[in-house]
Design a protein around this ligand. Sequence first.
Ligand code: DAH
Length: 332
Amino acid sequence: MTSAHESMVSAAIAAIGAAASTVELKAIHAAHLGKQAPLTKAKSELGNLAPEDRKAAGQALNTARKTVEAALAEAEQSMARAELDAQLATETMDLTEIPSGTSVGHAHIVAQAWEELEDVFVGMGFRVAEGPEVETDWYNFDALNLPPEHPARDGFDTIYVNHGEPGQTVLRTHTSPVQIRTMLDQKPPIYIVAPGRVFRRDTADATHMPVFHQIEGLVVDKGIGLAHLAGTIEAFTTAYFGEGFSSRLRPNHFPFTEPSAEFDIQRPDGSWLELGGCGVVHPHVLRSGGIDPEEYSGFAFGFGIDRLALLKFGVDDLRELFTNDVRFLSQF
Ligand code: DAH
């Protein structure tokens, strides 16, 4: 290399050493090896030399160019790796920690109402019981004094499950079959509530859904009568709704209770809300549960949970509860 070549090479090496990014290296590449670069121009000047000097000068120029190319390639490679490492470091997410300020969600409003009802009844001395959502026709109907030809069966709009004998397996239409399962499972005294999901062949609208929730109550003990039922409903009303709310029973008919009633809640403004059904447990039902009606008696009640949640949170359409829209759900 001539001293002119050496100074071109050292100028290129100095620029490469000072480069801080791959973008800068690209500019250095153009300045020192591109068309206008001194090393490129020197090549076209080789023709001006005497023929005997050309070969040596050409080789020297080639060596100079190769030195710069090698230095650039090495710098480009290590710079690219450093930039990638830096990018990965800034984009790394720590998945072991939930960033502060992130919402973690909360119970659905039906779940909130369900849990609050359980709390109130547990506070009154009840135990929480449960039963399956897929039931046999016997638990859902027969055992509750609704034999196969009973007209009230039609009113339930039952959804049948294709399992076993035709018409023998149903999605439970109410939580009342848990009464039977509990009586067959434990001896009196029985004081239980059974919240759960129930199913009916209904078209969804503002007040109906094919899937909804009920809570069932059952008391079986010695000497239990209608007065205990009325007192329990009244105590529940103040405990759940608050002071200023009261209850009343209105005669009605259910196959599983005799006498039977509907119960309503009166709000402080005097208006009434129909809540559910109740009554003194029918002797046939006690017998289905293996309990002697001569020795024990009881009362039962059942009502919907979804409508309570709607009322409590001021929502006017049942379908809202099932849309799973976070903008709706996060309001409560
Ligand atoms: N099972 C009834 C229904 O789904 C509600 C009901 C009424 C439950 C009277 C009871 C009762 O326990 O005694 O419509």
